[in-house]
Design a protein around this ligand. Structure first.
Ligand SMILES: *Cc1c(COP(=O)(O)O)cnc(C)c1O
Length: 402
């Protein structure tokens, strides 16, 4: 018998955790990269052993919808990076967000959600929970007075996204968490945009963090996945029913891809951040650009808060061009290197024009009142060379008639 080496992984830095936690070699074969356990069910020595596993007396696997070994490895890595006790992964960010809401909210409860929030999350409260007697209020969560005024006796959960998509408005996580703690409300933070490399909501007092791993966590635009990070009791007991009864499980292959992507999360985020800051400064100086929104710019109204609660500013920029809808579309159509695509957090730079794409079906007044003007462009800066990206953006802007 070899002696078990006891390593205190919690002392490791972010990069070391990214590479090594949950990425141990395969104990059976010594394969440096553990295999993908592509199985839907598990076999046991005998009924006695199976009984012990099913009753929870002994650790073991039950069925593919419950957990897989590849999933445990991924969850260990994500929990370590986010600084939480435990993690549960899902087939998508929306599966993760809806499982959290299902775990917390009961009929007659009330939920508060940022008014600028991922469209799927908006729809979840507006179209689905609504049907089952859960009330909701959408409010500007960056305004603490408005937020406090929206709290009712039956408010059980506040869901925030910071920075919010696509206006890049911030919410003060620490201050909101203090309000939540004083009223026994659970604070859920969607940390997709920042990732734990730049923002750690649990350290700032949030109860639960959710992620779309489809974005920076996976990082390569080749998968859909989600994660929830919280204390062990919530992950094991709170999420148990939504996980096992609703499903929404992540496949072992997707776990493998997210795990691989996470090994370079910090490295990628540095380059996303560097590119975004340079591009934002360039946009701010170009005559065809009306306004550039990026938390890393001094001109961002919440730049001080950004510096307080984030250790970087991320890869997303929004900007408004001169010349309305026409120039919003023309700019995107003029790009040569940068791809016209929704989603974000990919190694490649992506651009989208909400007014003619994701928010096209919204009435114009409603769209504009939530900050999505005719010429608003969202850029998800990739990890390419800064100069190549700026050259492409410059030629696309120079062609606009202003
Ligand atoms: C994409 C996204 C989601 C939804 O995640 P999916 O993986 O597409 O289900 C939720 N929140 C934010 C902020 C997102 O960008």
């Amino acid at each position: 018998m070899t002696e078990e080496k006891q390593i205190d992984k919690s002392k490791w830095g972010f990069y070391t955790k990214s590479v090594h936690v949950g990425s141990e070699p395969c104990p059976a074969t010594g394969a440096l990269v553990a295999p993908i356990y592509q199985t839907s069910t598990y076999t046991y020595e005998n009924t006695t052993e199976a009984g012990q596993i099913f009753s929870g007396e002994k650790f073991g696997y039950l069925y593919g919808r419950d957990h897989s070994p590849t999933e445990y490895q991924l969850e260990e890595k994500i929990a370590a990076l986010e600084g939480g006790e435990a993690c549960k992964t899902f087939a998508s960010g929306m599966a993760a967000i809806s499982a959290v809401a299902l775990a917390i909210l009961n009929q007659g409860d009330h939920v508060i959600c940022s008014d600028v929030v991922y469209g799927g999350t908006y729809g979840l409260f507006e179209k689905i929970f609504n049907k089952y007697g859960v009330e909701h209020t959408f409010v500007d969560t960056s305004d603490l007075e408005k937020l406090e005024a929206a709290i009712k006796n039956n408010t059980k959960m506040i869901h925030i996204e910071t920075p919010a998509n696509p206006t890049l408005r911030l919410t003060d996580i620490k201050k909101v968490s203090e309000i939540c703690k004083s009223k026994g409300i659970k604070l859920v933070v969607d940390n997709t945009f920042m990732t734990p490399y730049f923002q750690r909501p649990l350290d700032l007092g949030a109860d639960i963090v959710v992620h779309s791993c489809t974005k920076y966590m996976g990082g390569h635009g080749d998968l859909i996945a989600g994660a929830v990070i919280a204390d062990e009791d919530f992950i094991k007991n709170g999420l148990h029913e939504p996980v096992t009864k609703i499903g929404g499980l992540i496949s072992p292959f997707t776990c493998f891809l997210v795990k691989r992507g996470l090994q370079t999360l910090g490295l990628r985020m540095n380059q996303h951040n560097k590119n975004a800051l340079e591009i934002a400064k360039f946009l701010e100086s170009h005559p065809a650009v009306e306004k550039t929104i990026y938390p890393g710019l001094k001109s961002h109204p919440q730049h001080e808060l950004a510096k307080q609660q984030m250790t970087g500013f991320g890869g997303l920029i929004s900007c408004e061009l001169k010349g309305g809808l026409k120039n919003g579309q023309a700019f995107c159509d003029n790009l040569e290197l940068i791809s016209l695509a929704v989603s974000l957090g990919d190694v490649g730079t992506l651009v989208q024009h909400p007014a003619s794409m994701t928010h096209k079906s919204l009435p114009r007044e409603e769209r504009i009142s939530s900050g999505i003007t005719d010429s608003l462009i969202r850029i998800s800066c990739g990890v390419e060379d800064t100069k190549d990206l700026i050259d492409d953006i410059k030629q696309a802007l120079d062609k606009l008639e202003i």
